[in-house]
Design a protein around this ligand. Structure first.
Ligand code: PLP
Length: 410
């Protein structure tokens, strides 16, 4: 293989380990619980670990019910069905999200309406939700109809982006006023609190993900929580092939094979035991960035006073006029040093898959997409790695500021 020496070789960075954005940290009882599944033969979609994991998530989130699923996207799809959202309905969703939120709405045959975020905390803007519902919808025969499409609006899907709670009180207020169901996408936010209460506690149906890079992981997995007995039993029914008679195999509806397996729940349960320490560590990492990588032109995300965020990914807004380089250029510089950084997701209204959807946008998500960068945030990051990141970011910014073009413009 022909290798070309680049900056990494020159600086000796290739000799150092790669620092990923977010990786699983399996430091607890994972081995023991998985071994228990293997030894007992209980490896599939029924078993005591599924039940225990559900019970403990329900306790943690202070909800009556938790239903485990194969992944977070399946939890969102199930939650929409359990909430009674139907084909042809419209669902308001944050335009700044991972594509799974919008995909789940499409699985139903429903239509996403993409709502911009507020610029301070980057979450779905309750004011835009309100003005859309007030000005662009009307009540007809007891249904809230979007005047421009003629379709009923039946639900809101706020997304707790980057592990930070949305202004839930305001969104729930609009939902109650306009008789809409609320399905929260809390995939990144298990462990966050809002007004001192765990995310999950005060929604209609709230969905979590245990993908490999989330605050806790099963490898892949999801969970929905709810206080509604009806929604929970619908969810349980739909995720297990809608079986009406377990002996005769009688079915009256199309169901899904969405149940989590016992092996995955065993990993999840061991991870849940470590959730508090993982969140604490992610918050320490965020504090390190805010204090130690405190350069002009870098604005680190900070949680609001009402919330405790998980700081799932520590993220900064980069002002290229001050730093001398764009978010993408900084990402490339860090990549050369073996440090992974990532932009936010392309807002759904820009995505080729969803840009035909109606949107209510004011440029906030566009600006964040253009200028934000997320930095390594795994709970197992060492102080040596953090210092390497500080040196690399500081070095990249100082180098950019030495270029003649920057000095002319400054
Ligand atoms: C990860 C994620 C999902 C999807 O979860 P999976 O478990 O990967 O299916 C959905 N929404 C958001 C915002 C996410 O970050």
């Amino acid at each position: 293989m022909v290798r070309i020496a680049g900056a990494a070789e020159v600086t000796g960075e290739t000799a150092r380990p790669f620092i990923p954005l977010s990786e699983p940290v399996l430091g607890g009882n994972e081995w023991q619980y998985v071994k228990d599944c293997l030894d007992s033969g209980w490896i599939s979609s029924v078993g005591s670990y599924v039940t225990k994991f559900e019970k403990q998530i329900a306790e943690y989130t202070q909800t009556r019910h938790a239903v485990a699923t194969v992944n977070g996207t399946a939890a969102l799809h199930t939650a929409l069905m359990a909430a009674g959202v139907s084909a042809g309905d419209e669902v308001l969703v944050s335009t700044l999200t991972f594509i799974a939120s919008a995909n789940a709405i499409r699985y139903i045959g429903a239509h996403p309406v993409l709502i911009d975020v507020e610029p301070q905390y980057w979450q779905m803007d309750p004011n835009l939700v309100y003005t859309f519902l007030r000005d662009q919808c009307a009540w007809t025969n007891g249904r809230l109809i979007n005047k421009s499409t003629g379709r009923p609006v039946t639900a809101i899907m706020p997304v707790h982006v980057l592990g930070h709670p949305v202004e839930l009180t305001a969104i729930m207020g609009e939902a109650r006023r306009f008789n809409l169901r609320v399905i929260e996408d809390a995939a990144e936010s298990l462990g966050a609190t809002y007004n001192g209460r765990p995310v999950g506690a005060d929604g209609d149906i709230v969905c979590f993900s245990f993908n490999g890079n989330k605050t806790i992981t099963c490898g892949g997995g999801g969970m929905l929580v709810t206080n509604s007995d009806y929604a929970a039993s619908r969810a349980r029914y739909l995720t297990t092939q809608a079986k009406d008679d377990a002996v005769e195999y009688i079915h009256h509806e199309t169901g899904y094979n969405y149940r989590m397996t016992n092996v995955l729940a065993a990993i999840g349960l061991a991870q849940l035991e470590q959730l508090e320490s993982h969140v604490t560590r992610r918050r320490e990492i965020a504090r390190f960035y805010q204090r130690e990588v405190n350069l002009p032109g870098l604005t680190w995300f900070r949680e609001s006073r009402r919330t405790r965020g998980t700081y799932w990914l520590s993220t900064a807004l980069v002002d290229p006029k001050v730093t001398g380089l764009t978010a993408v250029q900084l990402r490339e510089q860090l990549s050369v040093c073996g440090i992974q950084a990532r932009r936010l997701w392309q807002p759904m209204h820009q995505s080729p898959a969803f840009r035909d959807c109606q949107s209510v946008v004011r440029g906030a998500a566009d600006h964040l997409f253009e200028n934000c960068l997320s930095f390594p945030s795994s709970p197992n990051l060492t102080s040596e790695s953090l210092n390497r990141i500080r040196t690399a970011v500081t070095g990249a910014v100082h180098a950019a500021q030495q270029t003649p073009a920057f000095r002319r413009s400054a």
